[in-house]
Design a protein around this ligand. Structure first.
Ligand code: SF4
Ligand code: SF4
Length: 602
């Protein structure tokens, strides 16, 4: 078999990046959020595209709207919860439309593999009165990106492009194409279209309805919406990854596959429904298609059979519809569980260890890898709602508790999350005179999503040097008088600072600064390695309390303890796996028995 240069093996996210490039996109902005993150990282590798990480999704979408106003094709990327942040400009951009095509890549996360909620953003297409496309595999994802830009320009509105985790990360063969010639940017003053004062907005409101009527007509003839013939005793309507599950579970059935999930091709759906004995809608999460199809007066089944929570697969689809026919073939493999944990040597561990010892302090947490501080043995996080909410929730609690909360409230969030929306909460804390402390875990990167740069990290999306926001000066500039920087690996000094700052009755910011151990430069750096001198271990478990995955605990019976030369009462001993150890030294500072020793740098 020969090598075909025109076919590539790409993930959905890589295919979307290629599709955006081929569609002639010139400006793209996004905020990293699994499962959407890799779209931006791949897109900026192509020539002729300006791409950037924005501090949050609202900013990213507004940048893309600006580029569209200047006449070029633009892209905004985000995960499902990011669209909540960007909802403000989204709803008004639906009225203004643009000049160059504008596509908003929205990645939903059924099953919450890496998210704080499970939300179905097809509802945004309905609510914002915008067309939404949804591909079923990487090749379709690439092809549909071009369609999305064509619709955007034809209908004069942003187009929502929905994927889910499966489509983002699955790999498939994708044919390469030619890049559409990029447009020449220009300034055109169109105030009646772009200035959404009430007088103009009321006119545009009518335009939105006319546009959606045209979009409904367009949906009827779109190649992305198609009927696949088969056994008509049972017909399926599905879209996105659900299409693949239906094809695997019921290969011979008739299927109406929707590539445009809003607005719906009503005539096509009516004809398909009339041609089958029983109509079943298979979709992940909400009964979005089902409800709209029922509202058309068409009888169908859906969520009375198919689960409305979590990710589907072909086994679940088959079992939900024909439970008696499910055989061994579909039995899912039981894989061993790997409990989530912060990495060996993670700097956040030092902070959460300190907080775990402050039993009467409420820790208002945030979204990032440090949310793992919630898990045992540290168990040092009491709330986590959404990006940036740590600071505002702590402030709200302070206002509710008054003096009773003094010395008991602390917010914890990462450097990237602080840039995303923590800064506005801090401004509010100062402006409205609160006392909660804020800990910014500055590990020099946006780690949770796979190491993306942010405005505080000093590099841009391509890893090139960029202006770095000075966190200390920024906090001081908004009025914080107590700004302290700590090295979280220094357990004792960190605990002292935490105590002082949290007990303070004026707001303070503690910047916990140490790089993520997985940064390439950290991995390359020569580091000390720690090992256990087992003879000295008393089994006190002080080091085990850190929860470092490089430290394992070996329980002992009294006989085993005696045989190893320990006191009979010793319950076990701790041991460091030197291969896993990242040399942070936190455990060594906790061991009072000189059982943990540092080898020379490796
Ligand atoms: S020094 Fe201790 S806490 Fe740090 S990575 Fe090694 S074993 Fe874990
Ligand atoms: S290594 Fe040190 S801290 Fe860890 S259990 Fe043994 S004596 Fe305690």
């Amino acid at each position: 078999m020969g090598f075909d240069r025109d076919k590539l093996w790409l993930s959905g996210n890589e295919a979307i990046a290629l599709g955006a490039w081929e569609a002639g996109v010139q400006v793209a902005s996004g905020y990293p959020g699994t499962p959407s993150t890799e779209v931006m990282g791949n897109l900026v590798k192509y020539e002729g595209v300006y791409g950037e990480w924005a501090p949050n999704e609202k900013v990213g979408l507004e940048v893309a709207i600006g580029a569209s106003f200047a006449g070029v094709r633009s892209l905004a990327t985000m995960k499902h919860v990011g669209l909540n942040v960007a909802a403000d400009p989204l709803f008004t951009a639906s009225y203004t439309g643009g000049r160059g095509g504008l596509v908003i890549l929205n990645a939903d996360d059924p099953q919450m593999h890496s998210s704080q909620n499970e939300q179905d953003n097809r509802n945004y297409a309905f609510a914002a009165k915008l067309p939404m496309l949804e591909p079923s595999d990487p090749a379709e994802a690439k092809a549909m990106m071009l369609s999305a830009y064509e619709f955007s320009e034809e209908l004069d509105c942003p187009v929502l492009f929905r994927i889910t985790t499966r489509i983002a990360h699955v790999k498939g063969v994708v044919p390469r194409g030619e890049r559409v010639a990029p447009a020449t940017p220009s300034i055109e003053r169109m105030p009646a279209k772009f200035v959404m004062l009430p007088g103009n907005a009321r006119v545009r409101r009518g335009v939105v309805e006319e546009r959606m009527a045209r979009a409904r007509e367009l949906a009827e003839t779109l190649p992305e919406n198609r009927v696949e013939d088969g056994d008509r005793s049972r017909g399926f309507i599905c879209a996105g990854t659900s299409y693949n599950y239906v094809k695997e579970a019921f290969p011979g059935a008739a299927v109406l596959k929707l590539g445009m999930v809003w607005p719906l091709p009503e005539k096509m759906i009516r004809e398909f429904a009339a041609s089958v004995d029983e109509l079943i809608v298979v979709e992940e999460l909400d009964p979005f298609l089902e409800n709209h199809i029922k509202a058309m007066g068409i009888a169908c089944r859906g969520k009375d059979l198919i689960p409305a929570q979590g990710e589907l697969n072909s086994f679940i689809v088959r079992k939900s519809i024909e439970p008696e026919s499910v055989g061994e073939l579909f039995a899912p493999l039981e894989l061993p569980m790997r409990p989530p944990n912060m990495c060996a040597g993670c700097p956040h561990r030092g902070i959460f260890y300190g907080l775990s010892k402050m039993k009467d302090v409420f820790v208002s947490g945030d979204i990032g890898c440090y949310t793992l501080g919630f898990l045992p043995p540290l168990s040092a996080m009491d709330s986590c709602v959404c990006m940036g909410a740590s600071v505002t929730i702590a402030h709200g609690m302070a206002k509710a508790l008054g003096k009773a909360g003094e010395g008991k409230l602390v917010a914890v969030l990462g450097d990237s999350t602080f840039m995303h929306s923590g800064i506005t909460g801090l401004i509010n804390t100062i402006y409205n005179e609160s006392y909660a402390s804020v800990i910014i875990l500055d590990n020099r990167i946006t780690a949770m999503t796979g190491h993306q740069q942010n405005p505080a990290s000093g590099r841009n999306i391509k890893g090139e040097p960029a202006n770095a926001i000075d966190l200390e000066k920024l906090c001081e500039a908004v009025g914080v008088r107590r700004v302290v920087v700590v090295n979280p690996h220094d357990i004792n000094a960190t605990r002292k600072v935490l105590k002082e700052e949290i007990e303070s009755t004026e707001p303070s910011v503690i910047i916990s600064r140490a790089p993520c151990v997985l940064l390439p430069e950290e991995r390359a750096r020569k580091k000390p390695v720690y090992y256990t001198n087992l003879d000295n271990c008393t089994g006190c478990q002080a080091c085990v309390g850190l929860g470092c995955p490089a430290i394992s605990w070996h329980p002992l019976t009294p006989e085993e303890a005696r045989a190893r030369g320990y006191r009979e009462k010793q319950k076990g001993y701790a041991e460091i796996n030197e291969v896993q150890c990242n040399g942070c030294g936190q455990c060594a500072s906790l061991c009072k028995f000189e059982a943990i020793t540092c080898r020379e740098e490796n």
